[in-house]
Design a protein around this ligand. Structure first.
Ligand SMILES: Cc1ncc(COP(=O)(O)O)c(C=O)c1O
Length: 483
């Protein structure tokens, strides 16, 4: 078990008392390197003065891991005790301390290559990885053998689209996806166009959902794969996967892929009920570690893909390369916890979202909720603030870690392509904020953010000549602007 103090420090950043210096009492069952079979050898890793945390608010998060007799410390990079409130859970979720606890031994004593077949180091890592695989499968109603570990959802999406298209290239030349997919899906499709495939980028309705009629119209005899995401990373809308799966079942030989990076552990999903053939998953969107993900690849009936990598033939020959056991095991633990706590998380996050919406929409006019109000994951809420410039808004909100869209595109000043696909005009697409609420977000944080947003939007609007005109009752649509 992770020590109580460490859990507290990891999860309650602001509660930690200043300048408190306390050694972590940490007793862990560790194997010594010389006694690998001695997993029960108890090494007291924490009695005695370990290199103790220094200033809780300032620098120290210290995990005493005395592998080989070294104390390993991890100091926070930031020396600012007042970190911004984190509301960017779609970019990444904080690592659940329970996941970290599960991972730690696999970084230190149990470091075997899970593909080593000749000794206990390998066997125990393999067991850990297989247990993790079962937890991941359990969260999506799959068989453990159908789970292929990857470096993340980007790789899984590339594997699915390129892999299926290339495998079937002699008979099928058509791919269907939507205009609001994650960049890595869209870019994989563009790459396939360069290789001679046709791609249909389906438009979405103003609520962000695909129309089943449009989808059916786009299907061709040579369509090999349909890729439609589960939960959108910018606006949180949930696509009707079950209905899409039912529709595609009618057409033999079309593979249904879904990018479920933002859906795993957030909403119930079943590859069987939804007739999904390939599903991309990511560790760091479900309170697990970064750098690991998975692809569900159906075995019955068997889905065949061209692998992206050549190499040792690990992971059913579909993904060569050593499985990073500590990360995979952390991902598995995150899924185990996710399964147990999904409903509870969802209920809590729904309440927090409502509090956020009531607070903001109750106090500000001309705020638009982007995407469907009902088919949505409450932990991802996207609002546009009319008469406010998005970049100024983000800059003024420097004590809240928020994004105006996906982490991958927020570096560009281009308005979000997702919001434009919904029909938002450029100014509304420019003035949007995505609120990512996580398992660890608190009511107090939501209240602080509401106050901050209301204050900043009012201030920016007070400086805007457009806002002044609106206040004077001028309908801006009737104004003829000189060029
Ligand atoms: C919907 C979606 N797909 C794919 C990805 C990429 O995931 P990863 O970081 O695991 O490669 C993300 C991450 O932002 C995402 O939100």
């Amino acid at each position: 078990m992770l020590s109580k103090q460490l859990i507290q420090r990891l999860s309650t950043k602001s509660l930690a008392s200043k300048n408190s210096v306390r050694a972590i009492q940490h007793t862990r069952k560790l194997a010594t390197p010389s006694a690998p079979q001695g997993m029960a050898t108890t090494v007291d890793a924490g009695s005695g003065p370990l290199s103790a945390p220094k200033d809780l608010d300032n620098k120290a998060i210290i995990a005493p891991l005395d592998s080989f007799g070294f104390n390993i410390t991890a100091e926070r990079k930031s020396t600012d005790p007042r970190r911004p409130i984190y509301l960017d859970a779609q970019a990444t979720t904080p690592l659940d301390p329970r996941v970290l606890d599960k991972m730690l031994p696999w970084f230190t004593n149990q470091y075997g290559n899970p593909h080593s077949r000749t000794h206990v180091y390998g066997w125990e890592s393999q067991d850990g990885v297989e247990e993790a695989r079962a937890h991941i499968a359990g969260l999506i109603g799959a068989d453990a053998k159908d789970i292929i570990f990857t470096s993340g959802a980007t790789e899984a999406n590339n594997m699915s689209i390129k892999g299926v298209a290339r495998f079937n290239k002699n008979r099928k030349k058509h791919i269907i996806t939507t205009q609001t997919e994650h960049k890595c899906v869209l870019d994989s499709c563009r790459q396939m166009q360069e290789e001679g495939f046709d791609v249909t980028y389906l438009p979405v309705q103003t609520n962000g959902l695909v129309s089943l009629e449009e989808l059916e119209k786009a299907i061709r005899p040579d369509t090999s794969i349909v890729s439609i995401m589960a939960v959108n990373n910018e606006i949180g809308v949930i696509q009707p996967l079950k209905e899409i799966g039912q529709l595609l079942r009618k057409y033999k030989g079309i593979h249904f892929h879904t990018d479920a990076a933002q859906a795993l552990g957030k909403i119930p999903m079943s590859v069987q009920d939804m007739n999904i053939d390939l599903m991309s998953l990511s560790g760091h969107k479900i309170y697990g570690p970064k750098g690991v993900g998975a692809l569900y690849v159906r075995r019955r009936p068997r889905v065949r893909i061209d692998p992206l990598f050549s190499g040792g033939g690990q992971e059913r020959g579909l993904r060569s390369g050593t499985v990073p056991a500590p990360l995979a095991i952390g991902f598995g633990e995150a899924c185990r916890i996710g399964k147990l706590e999904m409903q509870n998380d969802h209920d809590r996050i729904s309440v927090l979202r409502q509090r956020l919406l009531d607070g903001i929409i109750g106090k500000l006019d001309h705020v638009n909720l982007n995407g469907s109000e009902t088919a949505t994951y409450p932990g991802c809420t996207n609002l546009s603030f009319a008469f406010v410039e998005g970049e100024s808004l983000l800059m003024a909100l420097n004590d809240v870690a928020l994004s105006s869209g996906s982490a991958c595109t927020s570096a560009s000043l281009e308005p979000s392509y997702v919001l434009r696909a919904l029909g938002a005009d450029d100014t509304m697409a420019h003035s949007s904020l995505r609120f990512g609420i996580s398992r660890f977000t608190t009511e107090a944080e939501i209240d602080l953010v509401v106050n901050k947003i209301v204050g900043v939007v009012n201030k920016l609007r007070d400086m805007s000549p457009l806002w002044e005109m609106v206040q004077e009752g001028i309908d801006l649509r009737t104004v003829e602007w000189s060029g």
